[in-house]
Design a protein. Sequence first.
Length: 295
Amino acid sequence: MFNGAYTALITPFLNGETGGEIDEKAIVKIVNWQIEQGINGLVPMGTTGETPTVSHKEHAKVIEICIKAANGRVPVIAGAGSNSTSEAVEMVKFAQSAGANGVLCVAPYYNKPNQAGLFAHFSAIASATDLPVILYNIPGRSIVDISIDTMAKLRAAHKNITGVKDATADMSRVSMQRLTLGEDFNQLSADDMSAVGFNAHGGHGCISVVSNVAPKLFADLQTASLNGNFKEALRIQDLLAPLMEALFIEPNPAGAKYALEKLGFCNSFARLPMVELNDKTKIIIDEAMKRAGLI
């Protein structure tokens, strides 16, 4: 089971003047820093990694670099989702061959499958790998919601469908999923702001955006909440909450990339249609980072 604080890694690029190629050295630098800061695991090539604008070759390269840099020190859950089932299957097969510890597979977006289609999609993925498959339920982006009933059917049909990354921010959902799917169904939040409440309802951790910028603080928050020390968890939450909000004033991951540039890890360049933050947002992020003691 994957527990604690996992970072949904950004993908650093070289600046636009050089075409925005992947910055391999920056990936290694960020991975090492994340692990040194106490993060529990890494998730390359999710939404925060700008998967819509990387090629398949680049997608594979980022996963390879991350796995090699992590060198077994923490688990790596590779982003391997697509709205094309055959494409997702190929990504999952590659992730397994590259040495990933699990795969994160998003609900198909844009083509809006029904529950039968979702079951067939994730069944094909699970049948193609021995790795743990984490369903990524994010109705706000994919427009479809993997129902708890469908999750239960998938869990019964495939032992390697082991959990969900839940982006609904619905605390009642966590309890109902736990009651229906069992304590050992791996529930990971996808929402930093509600991650403490998510764990209080029986969650096991969070795949986080803010931990790109504050890995130690977020790892400590997760440890405290999972150990039932909610006083300490809320103390850290109060330090991080303004930053959690500030990073999403403009579309993710522009905020996280700007903050990492401030910390000296990479430049803030993102591929179109992501654009540079406006100056007002930068000031808000600066103030939030100061409050958290990051700068």
